[in-house]
Design a protein around this ligand. Structure first.
Ligand SMILES: Cc1ncc(COP(=O)(O)O)c(C=O)c1O
Length: 360
């Protein structure tokens, strides 16, 4: 499908330079343009275009506002050492977007349209990709049901859009281990639910536990399984990896866990290095025992936002189980290897970098 470019604004170099010189944070600034495409039962995908970043016009009856048919993705574009722009494994996000769509009975986006939209929009906005340490352009594709509601059923009209935001390093103090709050009471996702999809509602449902974590002086929530409250699932909006008896262990996919791109990357890099990787259930009690007996030497979250987030301690039932003060060796190595690929500093044996072509 042809992507139209409407009213392209010439880049305002001094405005872009001014914004990029500020503390970028996360989602504080957005670029000048966005991508949108519409879907309807009759026409399928149509009206794919790049136009000015502006507010959406939406019926107050739009199904998304009532029944929450909404999903999103989170990926990044990185300025390379040679000034070109690359994405990291964007097809994995395209596939996960479509898996989420299927779970929420929304239309899938042809992978080639998804990629073409990313490439065209990022190319138009390439000046917006920051060049500071650990800075990148956050890419947020999303889809919402726009049809005015007619009862609880899948809508017949959707909007697929992509917006871009220059972002800074995730942790202001660098690569600092974080405190984790074990949520016994609240759960993120149940078997048969939407946990393996990037459904917007999953994140609304996670906010209360996030607030409890903060109140306990912790940065992130550790989610347990919804049935037995016994097995570790994820950490905040990250997958979680443990180093136990020298092996990498992470909870298996296939249920309520989001299949992370970074998770797959970490496991692949670990296997490349000859480390033993096990995708196996991790019971909280066994984990705490392995920490106290020093068999568990490292634990870290992994996700697009922070790449690797080492875990300092677990706050569980009002006690603190300390793991490490400084990031462990494997967390450090993973962080360095993956960020070197993302920013174009290191070898890319699996061809994970996806260069953004320049178009006139
Ligand atoms: C719930 C959840 N788990 C895991 C992840 C990590 O996934 P990825 O590595 O693809 O960013 C994310 C972030 O996208 C998430 O929201």
């Amino acid at each position: 499908m042809e992507i139209q470019i409407e009213n392209r604004r010439p880049p305002n170099a001094s405005h872009v330079a001014d914004v990029l010189s500020r503390e970028l944070g996360f989602g504080r600034y957005f670029t000048d343009h966005m991508f949108t495409a519409r879907w309807s039962q009759e026409k399928g995908w149509h009206n794919a275009k790049i136009s000015a970043f502006e507010d959406l016009h939406l019926s107050p009856a739009a199904a998304v506002l009532h029944y929450g048919q909404a999903l999103f993705e989170g990926q990044k574009a990185y300025r390379q050492v040679d000034d070109e722009i690359a994405m990291f494994r964007p097809r994995m996000n395209a596939r996960r977007f479509n898996q989420s769509a299927q779970r929420l009975v929304m239309p899938t986006v042809p992978e080639e349209l998804y990629l073409a939209a990313l490439e065209r929009l990022i190319d138009v906005e390439r000046d917006w990709v920051p060049s500071g340490a650990m800075q990148s352009l956050y890419v947020r594709p999303f889809m919402i049901a726009t049809e005015p509601l007619q009862g609880v059923r899948p809508a017949n009209e959707y909007l697929f859009a992509i917006i871009l935001s220059p972002v800074g390093a995730y942790y202001s103090q660098g690569f600092e281990p974080v405190k984790i709050f074990v949520s016994r009471e609240l759960v993120r996702a149940a078997p048969g639910g939407t946990g393996a999809a990037k459904a917007a509602g999953n994140y609304a449902g996670s906010l209360l536990a996030g607030a409890q974590a903060q109140a306990a002086g912790c940065e992130q929530v550790l989610w347990l399984d919804a049935v037995e409250r016994r097995y570790v699932e994820e950490i905040g909006a990250m997958n979680v990896v443990f180093v136990i008896d020298g092996e990498l262990v992470t909870p298996p996919l296939g249920g309520s866990i989001l299949p992370g791109v970074t998770r797959d990357t970490v496991l692949t890099v670990a296997r490349d290095r000859g480390l033993t990787v096990r995708e196996a259930p991790v019971a909280l009690d066994d984990l705490l025992d392995a920490i106290t007996t020093k068999r568990c030497t490292e634990a870290f979250g992994c996700g697009t936002a922070a790449v690797i987030s080492a875990i300092r301690s677990f706050h569980v039932d009002d006690r603190e189980v300390a793991l490490t003060e400084a990031p462990g060796r494997i967390a450090e190595q993973m962080f360095r290897t993956i960020t070197d690929i993302q920013w174009g500093r290191g070898e890319d044996p699996h061809r994970w970098r996806h260069m953004i072509p320049r178009r006139p």
